[in-house]
Design a binder for this molecule. Structure first.
Ligand code: ATP
Ligand code: MG
Length: 141
């Protein structure tokens, strides 16, 4: 059984990562955790509690939508042993941490994500996950 940690951010690259993961093994040979990390922003410290709660609630809703869409995409791509996990924190730290906790054999993610700079070869999350991870990282275009 190949255990994968697939990092998803709602981008086309992350959907390509799911498709590639689904092709790595035949039905039933791959199990995967779909992970999204909602970023905890530094400026929250300057906000009054009510504003903070509203932004936090929006972020939670967005995370639920990203994970639900990724789950539907993964099922459609042929993966059946699936779990989702939503974390709040810092993607480049929490993706390698969850991969280690889940004893994943490999992290699968996109080369780029939702960032605006389309000329970028490799997004900053992807670069830092490669640096921080103790398991192989499959970067999907
Ligand atoms: P940047 O964030 O540096 O502006 P980018 O958004 O184009 O650039 P990355 O953020 O490095 O590129 O995204 C690469 C891949 O990392 C995505 O395809 C996705 O697999 C994963 N990823 C990015 N952000 C998250 C996140 N918040 N939670 C989980 N996975 C993520
Ligand atoms: Mg990004």
């Amino acid at each position: 059984m190949l255990r994968l940690l697939i990092a998803v951010d709602g981008s086309e690259h992350a959907r390509n990562a799911i498709d590639t993961a689904a092709r790595l093994g035949r039905e039933g040979e791959v199990e995967a955790v779909l992970l999204h990390v909602r970023e905890e922003r530094a400026y929250h410290g300057d906000l009054v509690p009510r504003e903070y709660e509203r932004i936090d609630e929006q972020a939670r809703q967005h995370q639920a939508q990203v994970l639900e869409a990724a789950l539907a995409h993964a099922r459609h791509a042929g993966l059946s042993r699936l779990e989702t996990q939503g974390e709040a924190g810092t993607p480049e730290i929490d993706i390698p941490r969850v991969a280690a906790e889940r004893r994943a054999d490999m992290i699968v993610m996109g080369t780029r994500g939702l960032g605006a700079v389309s000329a970028l070869l490799l997004g900053s999350t992807a670069q830092r996950v490669v640096h921080n991870a103790s398991v192989p990282v499959l970067l999907v275009k």
